[in-house]
Design a protein around this ligand. Structure first.
Ligand code: TXA
Ligand code: MG
Length: 344
């Protein structure tokens, strides 16, 4: 398939992208979190082709994107009071709410669940595309299944060129991790995936929000998590990633030792760290000075290690702050839960 790579965005080209979606095609587009891979959420065949293009398991449901909070009733059957409060404060933005679905939302979107994930992105290109399409857009992150989510158009081109109809290039996603998913159908609203809105932020509006136990733990064999995506391999580069977690000093010491050992074994070694030392690695990438910056750089860094054929990566995690949970959730998954705690 010839993929149109759209770099010039104006009313005409946006109308054309909207037409492609409406008529059953696949268009990748920027959002403030990560790039999405969109299809008409009311067109079963189009939604099926998302799963095919990504190589995504069909029991992992998609998020439906709408342009305005006011349109939520077209997708959700009921909107509880606390969901309204959360949306009023954080939407449009990096928040996804799980609500009971309207009957005509396709089972292919929701993987047969009675609930639907809904997000109202704040990115102007995402909103313009939904409006141009005139239909809700089902969109997962626009990466090959299992790979780090794309935060730049070049990541999408790398994974999706030739597999979809079009890619809208819109610069870097400024948040860099996906939206926070809150299940509003549970007795207590529950965060299933931490993301662009922190737990602390959510609790300012909805103090009893809980955090699902699978956010940092892997899913046991045969266990059925609330968020089906949790049971799959995620965010994994080709390199073998290990997280080294603890104080700044102790993680620096541990990583330096690990790097020296891996190099002695003939490996090409990468380090992703907040500390400003080079660790003796073949490629050292900075994760910034706090977890907000880390979130913003993480997926790009994981892809850069692959571009440079790094075989082993040590990732330092040394400060706890509001974005720490979202970063750790991605890091642990990218490492397949290989974590070394330095014990302080
Ligand atoms: O920031 C984001 O949320 C990005 C952008 C493109 O909007 N999208 C995104 O989609 O991250 P995706 O497909 O990569 O992740 C969606 C997650 C999956 O883990 C899926 O299992 C979960 O949402 N999900 C979708 N519908 C659900 C539902 N009804 N109940 C529970 N989890 C659901
Ligand atoms: Mg994804």
């Amino acid at each position: 398939m010839n993929t149109v790579i759209l770099r010039e965005i104006n009313n005409e080209t946006m109308a054309e992208m909207g037409r492609i979606i409406r008529n059953g095609g696949l268009v990748s587009f920027p959002t403030e979190t990560v790039y999405g891979l969109g299809a008409n959420a009311c067109d079963d065949t189009a939604v099926q082709s998302i799963y095919a293009a990504k190589g995504r398991p069909s029991d992992n449901p998609l998020i439906v994107h709408i342009a305005d909070v006011a349109d939520i009733g077209t997708v959700a059957r009921e909107v509880p009071e606390n969901a309204k409060k959360i949306l009023e404060k954080f939407a449009p933005g990096p928040i996804t709410v799980i609500l009971k679905k309207q009957p005509y939302i396709s089972n292919t979107v929701t993987a047969g669940l009675d609930t639907v994930a809904i997000r109202i992105p704040s990115h102007p290109i995402a909103r313009a595309l939904i409006r141009a399409a005139g239909v809700p857009i089902a969109a997962p992150s626009s990466n090959l299944s299992g790979k780090p989510s794309p935060t730049k158009a070049e990541h999408v081109i790398h994974d999706m060129n030739g597999r979809i109809d079009a890619i809208i290039c819109g610069g870097e996603s400024n948040i860099g991790v996906e939206s926070t998913i809150v299940d509003m159908t549970a007795e207590r609203p529950t965060v299933l995936r931490p993301g662009g809105i922190t737990l602390e932020d959510l609790r300012t509006v909805c103090p009893d929000v809980a955090a699902d136990s699978h956010i940092l733990q892997s899913v046991a064999e045969g266990e059925q998590p609330k968020c089906p995506g949790m049971k799959y391999k995620h965010y994994a580069p080709d390199a073998d990633v290990t997280v080294v977690e603890g104080s700044r000093e102790s993680t620096e010491k541990k990583i330096s030792e690990l790097v020296a050992k891996a190099k002695a074994d003939g490996k090409k070694v990468g380090v992703l760290a907040m500390s400003d030392i080079d660790f003796g690695a073949d490629l050292k990438l900075s994760s910034g000075k706090n977890n907000k910056e880390f979130a913003n750089r993480l997926f790009d860094a994981l892809r850069e290690f692959d571009n440079q054929k790094i075989s082993v990566v040590y990732a330092q995690f040394c400060i706890q702050d509001g974005y720490g949970l979202a970063v750790k959730n991605r890091l642990y998954k990218s490492a397949g839960n290989k974590i070394i705690y330095t014990g302080d």
